[in-house]
Design a binder for this molecule. Structure first.
Ligand SMILES: Nc1ncnc2c1ncn2[C@@H]1O[C@H](COP(=O)(O)OP(=O)(O)OP(=O)(O)O)[C@@H](O)[C@H]1O
Ligand SMILES: [Mg+2]
Length: 432
């Protein structure tokens, strides 16, 4: 390995068996090896390549992002580099202390106290008792566990366990951090704290390999990225261009999926509920009334919903959800009910326009789901998800996630009744 390399992966292949029995027997064969050793380059029935011909080198201080859809092999690659599992063929060399954050708190012992677990966990990560003692306060402080640190770990919530696991791992003075998705858990302020801590460790000269479905995390924390597809490297380069390539594929796949869906007027929901109402179309419009597929953050967006009501309907609401295609978050900022009360939809055709004024979202691709609900239990009468909008990234600007709900709703003459003050409030949009 060259002088400043921290990780070098050469011609790495990993196969798995889809069924449990096959996994078990091939695991035994790997263990006993020798005479029973099979040809590693051949697949047997039920086996598949989880990773195929992976080559990479990570130098001191570099940070690498891994992106790809579910099941593309990201976690497998991290587990191989962390030494949790062995490759089928190829080599992996690492140098220095590794802090793997794969399944945070997985090694914790529930009957021991939080504090005993800190000693246990950090010694497994290669720290001496003296080293643990000197960083103990910082760990407990970071994890925000407070007095519960002396309670048995079994009494901790999942969030507390993850916070403690993260705190232990980041206080081991690692040369390489291997992070799998952990930034997506915990509450919003802890996630920011984790991101900042990882950034501090990076600035201190450590290297980082990060798997995340969050564009923000990959862009903020990594210089270089690899796009994995079905276990193979599809693209590699600076993080922004790799993310663009990944998102372009996601956009194409989403559009194909949306296009192949049933037309809204025959949507299953409408039929099941006796066709009280159908959505004829959804269009995304700019201020000039032109259909659009992309906008810049801060621009206005009008969601036009044309419906045919087959009978008079009381207590209705038009709802729009923005679902980021890449990130596991749903924004559901709009219900006309919040603003206006219930909409009375009379039998016949109506075209309703909800103007988001302006839409301020993180850049990325959003699929737009529209539904019409009825009553305070929000029975969904019909729904459609056939459009998507790309929020573009303005050059040189940093966009934070937040929304402004629609201020202008054109109900095309439909009447409105006041909401019942007893009704439950809508949840706000989730922050990143
Ligand atoms: N121990 C195992 N035995 C058999 N198959 C496995 C094993 N571990 C992972 N796989 C399979 O290998 C493939 C890659 O899984 P992996 O967990 O690496 O994906 P991933 O990219 O991390 O996905 P995600 O985004 O959902 O976390 C998947 O098809 C998965 O089902
Ligand atoms: Mg994974």
């Amino acid at each position: 390995m060259s002088d400043n390399a921290v990780v070098r992966v050469n011609g790495l292949n990993k196969k798995f068996n889809r069924d449990l029995k096959g996994s078990f027997t091939s695991g035994i064969r790997t263990l006993i090896g020798g005479a029973f050793k099979e040809n590693p380059s051949k697949l047997k029935a039920g086996e598949f390549w989880a990773l195929r011909n992976i080559n990479l080198e990570l130098r001191k201080g570099e940070s690498l992002g891994l992106v790809g859809v579910n099941g593309s092999g990201k976690t497998t690659l991290l587990r191989l580099i962390a030494g949790v599992i062995n490759p089928t063929s190829g080599t992996i060399e690492t140098r220095g202390k590794i802090a793997p954050m794969l399944a945070l708190g997985a090694g914790f012992e529930p009957s021991l106290s939080g504090s005993q677990n800190v000693y246990l966990n950090m010694s497994l990560l290669g720290m001496t008792t003296d080293e643990i003692r000197s960083s103990y306060d910082a760990v407990v402080d970071f994890a925000e566990i407070g007095e519960s640190i002396d309670a048995p770990l079994g009494t901790y919530s999942t969030g507390m366990r993850m916070r403690l696991g993260f705190a232990c791992a980041v206080h081991t003075d690692p040369q390489l951090l291997i992070v799998d998705e952990v930034l997506a858990v915990g509450d919003a302020s802890f996630r920011v704290k984790c991101r900042n801590k990882i950034n501090d460790i990076r600035k201190g000269g450590a290297s980082l390999i990060l798997v995340s479905h969050s564009r923000l995390s990959i862009e903020y924390l990594t210089d270089r990225a690899i796009y994995l597809q079905k276990g193979q490297v599809l693209a590699e380069g600076d993080s922004k261009s790799v993310l663009d390539a990944y998102e372009a594929d996601q956009t194409r796949a989403t559009r194909e999926k949306l296009n192949s869906r049933d037309k809204p007027s025959t949507s299953a929901t409408s039929i099941e509920t006796g066709k009280k109402i159908t959505i004829d179309h959804v269009r995304l419009l700019d201020n000039a009334g032109h259909e659009i597929e992309q906008i810049f953050p801060g621009e206005d967006l009008t969601v036009e919903v044309a419906v045919t009501a087959h009978e008079d309907l009381d207590e209705c609401a038009f709802n729009v959800m923005f679902k980021p295609v890449v990130e596991p978050v749903v924004y559901h900022p709009s219900s006309t009910r919040d603003e206006l009360g219930w909409v009375q939809i009379t039998k016949g055709r109506h075209t309703v326009r909800m103007k988001f004024d302006p839409v301020i979202y993180l850049p990325g691709l959003y699929s737009i789901r529209v539904n019409i609900s009825q009553g305070s239990m929000m029975d969904i009468l019909c729904h459609v998800e056939e459009k998507s909008v790309r929020v573009l990234r303005p050059e040189g600007k940093i966009i934070r996630s937040h929304y402004i709900p629609p201020l202008h709703i054109d109900l095309a003459g439909l009447a409105v009744t006041a909401p019942d003050p007893e009704d439950v409030d809508f949840e706000g949009a989730e922050d990143l």
